[in-house]
Design a protein around this ligand. Structure first.
Ligand code: NDP
Length: 408
């Protein structure tokens, strides 16, 4: 039996995803919340060499954060580290599903609510980020029905409960490949199994983008987890009274910047143009915040450090001036998202940015029986409420399709 220890904080989606991944593997682990205990936080930092949560230790050895163990899982190495014997093989005997929904964000769970109420007995595959992007936001002020606003993770818990109330089955897992030439449709799962289904709703959403600059990668290659982060709600509190930079000019950057001002002494918001893309209300909030200083027309070209922790960033003016080095203790990347469509390349029509193309006015893709909903097929609106709306449409489209094939 291996010994697994997870350092966490309460309001941390990555911690939740790490725990779900371990639980889905049937692994028992000890959890230490470092939120109000500076001694354990210090211990975690010392032993992992990182200042982000979660930090996972397997048999006393630091294995990094959620993304590190998810990478190990994708590479097929995590089970061995956890002492799990592979049972291997395909799911040759598993019954064919009527409807599988990939993704458990606003689109996937809304599709599940509608499909479950229509007695389609949907199976939701959670994906590596259960609950989707709303679980890494704080206040959601524009989701109808919540006049006082609602926290993103709380909203997704409500979606989930509502889907489960009507009998939706939700399992943890990741689809790594697909074969849509076959009927039923085939889904290759990360653990080597194969799932078969008559209809499929793809609601795999989008994932935060990185700049791809030197020093940004996760430790030990770079300062990811040692100053660089993409989740202010997870890691903001590590930067009390310190100078922190955020890159980006959209709503995500505004939200991250605003949230971080609860902790930091100064927040430098770095944007490559002279205008934000963010909504007016979110911009105004940031621009009025006395802790925020904006660096317009500026790009971050490198994260600098002393080998142990980051110490600053290299900046370059997009207007052509010389480079400069800015000292800071933390750097949050908030430059938008890319659609999670790697598993569908060569199977579904994607646009030049990788979003799934749907037939106008519906959620139908070019493959009969495969529907797409939410951010994975939406490069324009990308809102929780539009994701929920297209999730509903996908369930109705799938229901109609299943009726058609049932009646020949
Ligand atoms: P956006 O695509 O809206 O913004 C991305 C920002 O990052 C842009 O300002 C862009 O610059 C900048 N950027 C992109 N690539 C780079 C790069 N390589 N180097 C430097 N800067 C870069 O993404 P968001 O995640 O901010 O928002 C996505 C959607 O989610 C939006 O529809 C938004 O409204 C929504 N959202 C809503 C929230 C809320 O209502 N609470 C919270 C967060 C997001 P440029 O402007 O020059 O292209």
């Amino acid at each position: 039996m291996v010994d697994v220890l997870v350092y966490t904080k309460s309001y941390c989606p990555y911690c939740r995803w790490a725990k779900e991944l371990l639980s889905a593997k049937g692994v028992k682990f000890q959890e230490i919340n470092v939120e109000r205990n500076s001694a354990t936080e210090l211990k975690m930092r010392k032993e992992s060499g990182r200042d982000t949560v979660p930090q996972i230790f397997i048999d006393g050895k630091s294995r990094g954060g959620f993304e590190d163990i998810a990478d190990l899982d994708r590479a097929g190495k995590l089970d061995e580290l956890l002492g799990i014997r592979s049972i291997g093989g395909g799911l040759e005997d598993s019954p064919t599903e009527s409807l599988v929904i990939l993704g458990s964000g606003a689109a996937g769970l809304t599709a599940a609510i509608y499909a479950a109420r229509a007695n389609l007995n949907p199976l939701v595959i959670d994906g590596l980020q259960p609950g989707g992007q709303l679980t890494i936001t704080t206040d959601v002020e524009n989701y109808p029905g919540f006049p006082g606003g609602v926290m993103g993770p709380e909203l997704m818990d409500l979606f989930r409960k509502q889907a489960e109330r009507f009998g939706t089955r939700i399992i943890y897992g990741e689809v790594t490949g697909t074969d849509f030439r076959r009927r039923p449709l085939e889904l290759k799962m990360g653990d080597g199994k194969t799932l078969r289904t008559r209809a499929l709703i793809v609601a795999t959403g989008a994932t935060a983008k990185w700049l791809g600059i030197p020093g940004e990668a996760p430790a030990p290659a770079g300062y990811g987890g040692r100053g660089v982060s993409a989740c202010a709600t997870c890691d903001g509190a590590f930067f009390k009274n310190q100078v922190v930079a955020v890159a980006g000019g959209g709503d995500t950057a505004m939200e991250e910047a605003n949230f971080l001002t609860r902790f930091v002494s100064q927040l430098i918001l770095i944007h490559r143009r002279d205008k934000f893309r963010a909504s007016k209300i979110m911009q105004d909030r940031v621009l009025k915040n006395p802790k925020v200083r904006v660096r317009w027309n500026t790009e971050v070209t490198e994260v600098l450090g002393n080998g142990k922790t980051m110490t600053g960033i290299r900046l370059k003016s997009t207007a052509g001036a010389a480079e400069e080095i800015m000292e800071c203790h933390g750097f949050f990347v908030a430059i938008g998202h890319q659609p999670n469509t790697a598993a569908f390349r060569g199977q579904l029509d994607l646009d030049d940015a990788g979003y799934i193309k749907t037939k106008s006015g519906s959620t139908r893709t070019g493959v009969p029986g495969v529907f797409a909903a939410g951010d994975v097929a939406d490069r324009i609106y990308r809102q929780a409420v539009t994701a929920a709306g297209t999730g509903c449409m996908a369930a109705l489209d799938a229901e109609r399709y299943l009726e058609e094939i049932a009646h020949g």
